[in-house]
Design a protein around this ligand. Structure first.
Ligand SMILES: Cc1cc2nc3c(=O)[nH]c(=O)nc-3n(C[C@H](O)[C@H](O)[C@H](O)COP(=O)(O)OP(=O)(O)OC[C@H]3O[C@@H](n4cnc5c(N)ncnc54)[C@H](O)[C@@H]3O)c2cc1C
Length: 426
């Protein structure tokens, strides 16, 4: 590892989308010596698709000058529209709303592994450290932080950023005694996903659903279906989400025909419902995952250590916004650390990060859970009435998409300067 003591040493724990995003933002500042530590033997993403909405794309453009090229190389498929339909009940098959029709950009869909691959590509190989599982974080008297890894090595940093996912060890350090009280808990839903070829999807779900590159969501009684096109139009993601009443301890349940039939008992046999069930059960090991979230988090920062991405604000996926929040985190840390020249400013930079990012991300978590309830027909007022659902759903994305990246950065920098002033005065 480089030992340039004139540069501020930054250790990022976790090499998922958040860790890679933050690293891209920080390497833009030559005064930072940035390293990413990943516990897995290689940097990789499992899972199916991920959508980057308008705000996520804007944040990515603030993070790296090569954002456009990166999204192209990652095989992103821009959606022409994102339609939400009624899936069950008297109005099954009725269009509720099309995001494109509301003036909101429906986003770009990626295969997860391809997006991570391209986010890692701009990073020098010698800053990426696989096979490095964080073991302990020990603050030192001089303000630096010693980070011990399971392989017995210890590295010292001026700033440590935890991007180690929903069950983050860095989060436990940051929250200390409050960690158990604010641990991730079930959000009330499960989901199951599969990636299939475009040809297979067309044959099973119907050609008409693929005339345009469009994301479709079907909101019905107790469950929700979605499908979208990705990986340069070669693949389709199909998914089912459903209300979860029992919460398996390991967050995982076998996905069987009985489970699906029970969830869809009140749905008519429309081709999309029949087809998606068929495609999911055709997987080698059909499995469904509980959706967990952070219902509250008292702080993202503790002196020279902070948390980002799912470590800070894991959310249910109903608004497709989790990774976008991680990219906004990265953008804000990039802006703050471009102005942090001395180790003595790290703690105030993390405090400023916490001040602007926590309210925003918590609003997304709370809104996402509510959106899930509506999509699964659980809102008593709206039910599965297409007209009422337009009113209930349309406004839910506005606050996510409308964020001005320039204002958000300005707010963070103003907060940093305020904290610096207060520190100077004391
Ligand atoms: C089903 C589903 C669908 C979603 N769809 C969307 C969407 O369409 N759009 C969107 O914006 N968001 C979406 N999200 C949210 C998004 O996937 C997450 O917010 C994002 O991937 C989180 O990235 P992360 O890097 O914070 O966490 P992770 O991806 O969990 O990465 C954490 C990394 O840290 C490593 N790690 C863990 N512990 C240690 C340790 N002790 N030492 C070193 N390394 C460690 C892990 O191996 C991993 O690589 C979805 C989420 C789910 C569950």
């Amino acid at each position: 590892m480089a030992s340039d003591t004139r540069r501020l040493r930054v250790g990022i724990i976790g090499g998922g989308l958040a860790g890679a995003g933050v690293a891209n933002a920080l390497i833009q500042s030559p005064h930072l010596d940035v390293h990413v530590f990943e516990s897995a033997p290689e940097f990789s993403e499992r899972g199916a698709a991920i959508g980057l909405s308008a705000n996520a794309q804007l944040a990515l453009k603030e993070i790296t000058p090569s954002a456009e090229d990166l999204m192209k190389k990652a095989g992103g498929v821009p959606m022409n529209s994102s339609r939400i339909m009624v899936g069950s009940g008297e109005q099954a098959g009725t269009l509720i709303l099309d995001l494109a029709g509301t003036g909101m950009d429906p986003g770009i869909i990626f295969r997860r592994a391809s997006l991570l691959r391209e986010l890692l590509a701009p990073l020098p190989q010698d800053v990426l450290h696989p096979n490095k599982r964080l073991d302990a974080i020990t603050p030192q008297d001089d303000g630096s932080v010693a980070v011990s890894f399971a392989d017995g090595t210890v590295h010292t940093f001026d700033a440590v950023i935890g991007a180690d996912g929903i069950f983050s060890s860095v989060r436990s350090h940051v929250l200390g005694k409050q960690a158990a009280k604010h641990a991730a808990t079930p959000g009330g839903f499960w989901d199951a996903r599969a990636l299939v070829s475009l040809d297979k999807a067309k044959a099973t779900l119907g050609e008409d659903l693929f005339e345009l590159d469009r994301q479709y969501g079907w909101a019905g009684d107790g469950a929700f279906i979605m499908h979208d096109v990705l990986e340069d139009r070669s693949l389709v993601q199909v998914l089912v989400s459903a209300v979860e009443h029992d919460h398996p301890k390991d967050r995982k349940r076998a996905l069987t025909k009985d489970v699906l039939d029970a969830k869809f008992k009140n749905w008519p046999d429309i081709p999309v419902a029949k087809g998606v069930k068929e495609l999911l059960l055709d997987e080698a090991e059909p499995v469904a995952w509980s959706q967990w979230e952070h219902k509250s988090t008292p702080t993202y920062a503790n002196h020279h250590v902070c948390i980002v991405g799912d470590a800070a604000h894991a959310t249910t996926p109903w608004q497709g916004a989790g990774a976008g929040q991680a990219l906004e985190d990265a953008m804000i840390l990039g802006a703050l650390f471009s102005q942090v020249r001395s180790a003595s400013d790290v703690a105030v930079a993390f405090k400023a990060f916490d001040a602007v990012r926590r309210p925003r991300a918590q609003q997304v978590i709370d809104s996402s859970r509510g959106t899930g309830a509506i999509m699964c027909g659980q809102d008593k007022e709206l039910g599965l009435d297409a007209t009422k659902l337009v009113g209930g759903l349309a406004p839910r994305w506005g606050f996510i998409f409308a964020l001005s990246m320039a204002d958000h950065k300005e707010q963070a920098l103003a907060q940093l300067h305020e904290f610096q002033k207060r520190n100077g005065a004391s």
